[in-house]
Design a protein around this ligand. Structure first.
Ligand code: UDP
Ligand code: MG
Length: 315
């Protein structure tokens, strides 16, 4: 199988038949084999029944995975990727906001040697204040913090070579960080403008509060990227920094005592210094515990702490 489209579906009954027509129109002329994995994320409308009907009509292309309840878009995408058999994975939304007609153009970019082709909704059709503006700020921040510069992390329509999607798991609402994880295993990424349409049926499942989650996820992602194989550097670094403050305070108190004869215990600075010392020491110990955890994480799953491009003369 060459191409797998992975589509999360949550209460999109009206959109699905049109989505299929659009996908067929976009892909039928490609000289490639393809499949569509639709993951029903515990919809409470008729989405699953619509999917079943469509799957019966087109068993060659359509595969359906149904969740028992609503687990969220990220989980749905992860399940779709797990069940996909294509060398190339295309992620897109079910609500017709992404346009399957963009896919052939994106595949051409892969042939130019890229591993990830990231859609960018240049003319985004969502409400400005609650969606487009916060998203713009989030994109700037994510690009800055992770060093992977993209204009539109939130656009689901992205194309991936399967290899760059292995080696990490998606938790929480992390799907928007897939390009960052892919980059961390060495993927070459390019951005292309894609179409975006207003939502025609149903309603968006998200609002402003998603921005907060994205911010929190960014902390986790940054930590995982930089320290997941060496947490003591972070905890230990912070610990030494705090102990340095504590030591500086002590030296200050000592100088005051020796040269100006001011009592060490007359100000709260001594207690503050002691508190900082304990805090720093604790932080280093926490780093050691984290080091134990990391070993359990990698070794219990026999996960390597690196990724290979290729091997030569090695069996
Ligand atoms: N979705 C999902 N589970 C959820 C919420 C959303 O599978 O809990 C799907 C939804 O059906 C759509 C995609 O994720 O295909 C994007 O959702 P939505 O269009 O609401 O997000 P927006 O485009 O407004 O960011
Ligand atoms: Mg949408």
């Amino acid at each position: 199988m060459y191409l797998s489209l992975v589509i999360p579906v949550y209460n999109e009954e009206e959109s699905l038949p049109l989505l299929f027509d659009a996908i067929h129109k976009a892909l039928d002329s490609l000289p490639r084999t393809w499949e569509v994995i639709l993951v029903d994320d515990g919809s409470s409308d008729q989405s699953l029944n619509v999917l079943k009907t469509l799957a019966e009509k087109d068993p060659e292309h359509i595969r359906v995975v149904a969740f028992r309840r609503n687990f969220g878009q990220t989980a749905a995408m992860a399940a779709g990727i797990d069940h996909a058999s294509g060398e190339i994975i295309v992620l897109l939304d079910a609500d017709l906001q992404n346009d399957p007609a963009d896919i052939p153009m994106m595949l051409e970019k892969l042939d130019e040697g890229y591993d990830v082709v990231s859609g960018w909704r240049v003319k985004r059709k969502d409400t400005f204040i609650t969606r487009t503006l916060p998203s713009r700020m989030a994109n700037g921040l994510i690009s800055r913090v992770t060093g992977v510069e993209l204009h539109d992390y939130g656009c689901t329509l992205k194309v991936y070579r399967r290899e760059v999607l292995t080696g990490f798991k998606l938790y929480g609402e992390m799907h928007r960080f897939i390009p960052v994880f892919a980059h961390s295993v060495g993927a070459k990424i390019i951005e292309v403008p894609v179409n975006h349409h207003p939502r025609r049926f149903g309603e968006t499942k998200y609002g402003l509060n998603r921005t907060l989650k994205v911010l929190l996820d960014l902390f986790t992602v940054k930590f995982l990227l930089d320290y997941s194989a060496k947490p003591i550097y972070l905890f230990g670094g912070a610990g030494f920094g705090i102990i340095a403050i504590s030591t500086a305070l002590l030296i200050f108190l000592a100088i005051r005592r020796i040269f100006f004869n001011i009592s060490v215990f007359g100000s709260p600075l001594f207690q503050i210094s002691a508190m900082f010392f304990i805090l720093g020491f604790q932080s280093i110990l926490m780093g050691l515990i984290a080091e134990l955890q990391v070993r359990t994480y990698y070794e219990s799953q026999r996960k390597p702490t690196y990724t290979l491009r290729e091997t030569i003369n090695i069996k």
